[in-house]
Design a protein around this ligand. Sequence first.
Ligand SMILES: Cc1cc2nc3c(=O)[nH]c(=O)nc-3n(C[C@H](O)[C@H](O)[C@H](O)COP(=O)(O)OP(=O)(O)OC[C@H]3O[C@@H](n4cnc5c(N)ncnc54)[C@H](O)[C@@H]3O)c2cc1C
Length: 301
Amino acid sequence: MSAQRSQELAAEFAARVLHGVSMAKHTSWHVGGPADLFFTPRDAADLAAFMRQLPPDMPLLWIGLGSNLLVRDGGIRGAVVATHGALGALERLSATRIQAEAGVPCARIARQCVKWGLGPAEFFAGIPGTLGGALAMNAGAWGGETWRHVIEVDVLDRRGTRHTRQAADYEIGYRSVKGPDNEWFIGARLEFERAPGVNTDAIRELLDKRKETQPIGEWSCGSVFTNPPGDHAARLIESAGLKGFRIGDASVSLKHANFIINHGAARAADVEALIMHVQSTVARIHGISLHTEVRIVGEPA
Ligand SMILES: Cc1cc2nc3c(=O)[nH]c(=O)nc-3n(C[C@H](O)[C@H](O)[C@H](O)COP(=O)(O)OP(=O)(O)OC[C@H]3O[C@@H](n4cnc5c(N)ncnc54)[C@H](O)[C@@H]3O)c2cc1C
């Protein structure tokens, strides 16, 4: 099936796409079935050329580090584009402005901004994804949020044409970004403030604090649910008695109730069943609907 689909690509790309790549290797939950086609571009121009020749009806998913993705066990039909390890340029443009490509890990932005004496970018250290994923999610931590720093973004559309868009072209909310359809981020220009006193101690302290309250090092996707207005998903889940609740090899973390852990052998179906169980239990006990922050994609087994 996947080899057949690659025949729909231009010869150059048909030779370079991988077939049947396990998405479990590309997600922090370590679950998910195979992608028909998996493409890692050489750079932004190569990616634009790939997009130009992609059949218009072929489903397409861009991923960063897969730290907010639940891929179902049947995998992904169509093509997956991976930006991590490809779009990795990071530079300073002026006293307070930087430019980064979508595949740059957020942690690298945090560290580099400290070196440049810029802040507040330390919050990026707590987000184990790429800038592209952070732009798509409006990722945030410790009071910081990605889009507070965005001046403009570079995007590719489905035909491989590049556009520069202003922050004002997007409707930004809590873990929510609405912009033109069928466009993907290839980079952004971000504005920070001069912070001459900032040093890596600030990052270390924040990461230490996180380790005390979150199951860092275990296989998870961070917070599974967004916080409902005026409350915390973790509080609602814990008070519904769900800490430690297990389906297959997936369980609600004992350390932080908004995390679901894969203990090693969970399937995506276990994680998804657990998500639904948490939603229905919290709705029954508290009368509140929890919405997933994680993106659920792909086909069931
Ligand atoms: C231990 C842990 C802690 C976490 N803590 C936080 C936290 O404090 N705050 C927080 O906000 N998140 C947190 N997360 C979640 C996650 O790291 C963020 O949502 C991150 O921004 C996802 O980036 P990614 O590159 O991994 O994106 P992926 O998971 O690969 O993708 C996420 C979504 O973005 C889309 N996407 C990815 N790249 C692009 C692109 N270039 N253009 C368009 N769309 C794209 C994907 O299609 C998908 O819909 C945590 C995750 C873990 C595992």
